[in-house]
Ligand binder design. Structure first.
Ligand code: VGL
Ligand code: ZN
Length: 207
């Protein structure tokens, strides 16, 4: 059992990011049993869901003439265009069927404002609105957060960077994350950046 004041944060373990999903992350299914095992090591387990309305600006389908993976600029924010994924109340936005949801104390939703994307579990990409996760963790007396999930180079990375900036001792469980890797080495670079910013990189064998 991990010490008090620690929470496990399961990032976006949803069908659309897993095998046969619309934004499939390579080898994502392999981490579901790891989430189930780690959940047993923590008193507090939080999960996030990417939770988009159909008309969300991050979908290429909402920008006629644009393609998936193209980058557009809105205001001063760069936005990668994704395939439709994690649409609210669809099969694709549900948790992977093998995820044991019983230990999850609370779910936080992100990406539901159609005008802004939200990779971090804490804030939207403009850092304007909060998901409520930070206040919840503070209320629960949490000092350390341990992150795993999907995807290393997007939601895991931005969640970890925000967690550090918010003052949490932040651990990312490297072998329990998988990356989208639009470019080769995206995940490796993401871990380097996290490490530089003060995130501790650990492995599941340490739990
Ligand atoms: C994510 C791309 C688009 C993620 C979410 O969970 O990492 N990636 N939306
Ligand atoms: Zn998304």
């Amino acid at each position: 059992m991990i010490k008090d004041q620690s929470a496990l944060i399961l990032i976006d373990l949803q069908n659309d990011f897993c095998s046969k999903g619309s934004l499939e992350v390579p080898d994502a299914d392999a981490i579901i049993p790891l989430a189930n095992r780690l959940s047993g090591c923590f008193d507090l387990v939080v999960a996030t869901k990417d939770w988009h309305p159909k008309d969300h600006l991050c979908f290429a389908s909402n920008h006629p003439g644009k393609k998936v993976n193209e980058i557009i600029t809105i205001g001063d924010i760069k936005q990668i265009l994704w395939p439709d994924h994690c649409i609210q109340e669809t099969k694709g936005s549900e948790f992977h069927p093998d995820l044991n949801t019983a230990p999850i104390n609370k779910i936080f939703y992100k990406g539901s404002n159609k005008n802004i994307d939200s990779y971090s579990a804490f804030f939207d990409n403009a850092h304007l609105s909060e998901t409520g996760l930070a206040s919840y963790l503070h209320e629960q007396g949490i000092k350390d957060v341990h992150m795993m999930g999907l995807a290393t180079d997007y939601c895991v990375k931005y969640s970890c960077l925000d967690a550090v900036r918010l003052g949490f001792n932040t651990y990312v469980i490297k072998d329990a994350c998988r990356g989208v890797n639009l470019k080769e080495e995206d995940s490796a670079k993401a871990f380097e950046e996290m490490s530089r910013e003060g995130v501790k990189i650990v492995n599941i064998s340490e739990y």
